[in-house]
Design a protein around this ligand. Structure first.
Ligand SMILES: Cc1cc2nc3c(=O)[nH]c(=O)nc-3n(C[C@H](O)[C@H](O)[C@H](O)COP(=O)(O)O)c2cc1C
Length: 317
């Protein structure tokens, strides 16, 4: 009994320490490194531009405020920290201007961006690794693991037709090959094909604006909390759940479907609402949603989403 009480008390103290650590290092903290904060902020905002351009019918002159923010933030950014946010932003802005030029559109805002890009050409010569890139499903099925991993991309141009449940279960069985701690297999997956239900779930998620109407198949990946006990395991559901979700994304790719992970960075109130709408038991923690479906066409466009050079993220000890 005492042992159990100690474990329960440990959960409170660990949750408190989680909060302290998060308060100290999160991006709003005045103690967080300024360059790191700028790095993440610019990448996040530049991604909204490349993502907007990867939609089936991008809106003309979308995202003016974000674009102005990216230009201003990039001008203040220290390139020595990492050139990736600059590549991503400049590539996305360049693609934005080119997209409007192809549509025969002219606007003082586009001239403003063009002038801004000209100013950058000497500082960071082209080609800029950002914007969008062509994406092909023609190489299906990806023959090797390397090819499967390298050829996955978040696809936001999906066909809304529901996929045969047997094929969905086939993809899920493949994803079940994901490792899990002690082979616990705490991950759960809820799959939806009803357009009205999907609409309601996506409205609670919020990250699929611009392509939610094309989502006819949706996963909600969750993790059963009772697989985990004691303070040390408080976050492990997210570890196993994320590994499972990654395998599910790759399984979708191997089935020839497009898929896009959708964050569930939500508070308890929204999490409960999603559980209620989706018929998900209270004892499951939500990991993420995944929109998936047949691609609209074998050739499509995806956000460039450039990766940092490996050297930037590796510390060889
Ligand atoms: C946990 C997670 C949550 C994500 N949430 C969203 C989202 O809400 N909306 C969206 O359009 N993309 C979302 N994405 C997709 C990312 O933007 C994308 O993975 C990233 O830009 C890298 O691009 P890639 O997947 O094409 O390689 C999410 C990705 C992850 C891993």
């Amino acid at each position: 009994m005492l042992n159990k009480l100690v474990k329960v008390a440990g959960i409170f103290s660990e949750a408190m320490r989680d909060a302290v650590l998060f308060l100290r290092f999160n991006s709003y903290s005045p103690f967080a490194d300024k360059s790191k904060r700028a790095f993440y902020k610019i990448i996040i905002e530049a991604h909204t531009i490349e993502k907007g351009l990867s939609l089936r019918h991008p809106k003309m002159l979308f995202g003016k405020d974000k674009i102005r923010f990216v230009m201003a933030a990039l001008s203040r950014y220290d390139l020595q920290h990492s050139p990736v946010p600059a590549h991503m932003s400049l590539g996305a802005l360049d693609a934005y201007v080119n997209f409007h030029a192809r549509a025969g559109m002219s606007d003082p805002f586009l001239d403003e961006i063009t002038g801004y890009l000209k100013g950058w050409e000497a500082r960071l010569p082209k080609p800029w690794k950002g914007g969008t890139r062509d994406y092909s499903f023609q190489t299906q099925p990806p023959g090797s693991l390397q090819h499967l991993i390298a050829s996955r991309s978040s696809v936001r141009t999906l066909r809304s037709s529901p996929i045969d449940p047997d094929r969905i279960v086939e993809a899920i069985s493949l994803a079940q090959m994901a490792p899990s701690q002690c082979n616990r297999q705490s991950s759960r997956v809820h799959t939806y094909r009803d357009p009205a239900l999907i609409k309601e779930l996506l409205a609670l998620q919020g990250g699929s604006r611009g392509f939610s109407e094309s989502v006819g198949n949706l996963f909600v990946v969750s993790s059963e909390i009772c697989a985990w006990g004691g303070p040390g395991q408080r976050n492990q559901g997210y570890v196993d759940g994320a590994l499972f979700a990654m395998c599910l994304l790759l399984a979708c790719r191997s089935m020839g479907w497009g898929a896009c992970p959708l964050n569930l960075a939500i508070d308890h109130k929204t999490e409960s609402a999603i559980r209620r709408v989706g018929g998900i038991p209270a004892g499951e923690r939500l990991i993420m949603m995944i929109a998936f479906g047949e691609p609209v066409a074998p050739e499509t466009t995806v956000a460039f989403s450039p990766r940092r050079p490996a050297a930037e993220i590796v510390t060889v000890h």
